[in-house]
Design a binder for this molecule. Structure first.
Ligand SMILES: [Zn+2]
Length: 387
């Protein structure tokens, strides 16, 4: 991989030599196991090049956002990238350039609304060629950024029925090289205590085998081939040729499988006729409210994944984690309503929090070390909690 020296070095370093970067004709860049790996093994661990969040840390640093401007987390991430671009960290900058060089979307984005609200200092540092730089980073983030949810509660003193969550967006270099499969052999999991993303094997992997993960969030990963193909083509511009997509055997009738996270137009409750969970219907002004039926659907979702031969990923993995935490804290096996609130939006008091103060900065230091898996940013559209 002489063409991508920094990326190759990053892959070797973050995977402790377990993986290497390779290029497959017709597939592009991907990662390959250099050793035999077993189910549950951590294959790589990487800190984000840039981290964005729903609380706008980067925006505050990089932009002079007026009240009329509404910027989302992706803009926040992009602002972070631009700071990186003009900052002193040359190695990260070059690494990001190697990352974005192959993007077919570079140049497709024109003048951006973000440029209108960047601080004058940043605009000056970026120079007169701000538009192409902006376009390149936008394209890089669109294709490679991850999105995931993190709980920000102090784990020991928090009521498990009310959890505070925030959305994180990040850009990773080595992990962005993992190829997609609809029947992946690995998934990414965020470790909040280490503030790093881990790549974890979901099956035994032979030496020389390629590493794959799902770019799609749980609902779409569990959807039939015809739907997955359309989304992958629209959002990532490639035709999936994974084993599951090529399989000529009739797929399990997915309508008979308990299918969380797919909207069901004909149902009034949170869960539809076959126990399908409709997250959009759970969304309220304070976040996401999961009633006992929804909690039950989440608990049973593992069986659906098993029937389809896919690992629980993304939002499903996060929700399973929240529910199993609730059950492990002695709820006596009975199901209760869980509320997931966004910090700063939620008005619900938490009787278990002594100060009644749940600002992200104070809580983050002691936040839970449990990990949640993320998905590529584009696939999050189906499951954004409070949009
Ligand atoms: Zn596929």
């Amino acid at each position: 991989m002489e063409r991508w020296p920094l990326l190759q070095a990053r892959v070797l370093e973050t995977s402790r030599q377990q993986l290497r970067l390779c290029q497959v004709r017709g597939h592009g860049r991907c990662l390959e196991a250099q050793v035999t790996c077993t189910l549950g093994q951590c294959l790589a661990e990487e800190s984000p090049l840039v981290l964005g969040s729903s609380d706008g840390i980067w925006l505050a640093k990089a932009c002079c956002v007026s009240e009329e401007e509404e910027l989302d987390a992706m803009d926040d991430l992009l602002a972070g990238c631009l700071c990186l671009h003009v900052g002193l960290d040359v190695e990260k900058q070059q690494l990001a350039q190697e990352l974005s060089r192959e993007s077919s979307l570079v140049g497709a984005v024109g003048q951006d609304r973000l440029s209108k609200c960047l601080s004058s200092d940043l605009l000056e540092a970026l120079g007169p060629d701000v538009a192409p730089i902006l376009s390149q980073w936008r394209a890089c983030c669109d294709v490679n950024a991850e999105t995931w949810v993190e709980t920000v509660d102090e784990s020991e003193h928090t009521c498990p029925l009310i959890r505070h969550v925030r959305f994180l967006f990040g850009l990773f270099a080595a992990l962005a090289m993992v190829e997609h499969s609809c029947q992946p052999n690995a998934r990414v999991e965020w470790d909040s205590s280490a503030q790093a993303m881990k790549l974890v094997a979901m099956s035994d992997i032979a030496c020389g085998q390629r590493i794959s993960r799902s770019y799609l969030d749980a609902g779409l990963l569990m959807a039939p081939t015809s739907i997955r193909k359309v989304v992958l083509q629209q959002d990532w511009r490639f035709e999936c040729t994974c084993l599951r997509c090529r399989c000529s055997v009739q797929e399990i009738d997915w309508t008979d499988v308990m299918m969380p996270f797919l909207p069901d137009e004909n149902s009034d409750s949170q869960t539809g006729p076959k126990g399908r969970l409709t997250l959009q219907r759970c969304a309220g002004p304070f976040g996401l409210t999961l009633d006992p039926a929804a909690v039950q659907a989440i608990r049973r979702a593992g069986a659906a994944c098993q029937a389809l031969g896919v690992p629980p990923v993304g939002t499903l993995h996060f929700l399973q984690d929240v529910v199993s935490d609730l059950l492990s804290r002695g709820s006596g096996g009975s199901l209760a309503t869980i509320t997931l609130c966004l910090p700063g939006v939620c008005e619900l008091g938490d009787p278990y929090q002594p100060e009644g103060n749940d600002t992200v900065d104070t809580v983050k230091k002691e936040c839970s070390s449990r990990s949640h898996s993320g998905t590529r940013a584009r696939s999050s559209k189906e499951n954004r909690l409070n949009e």
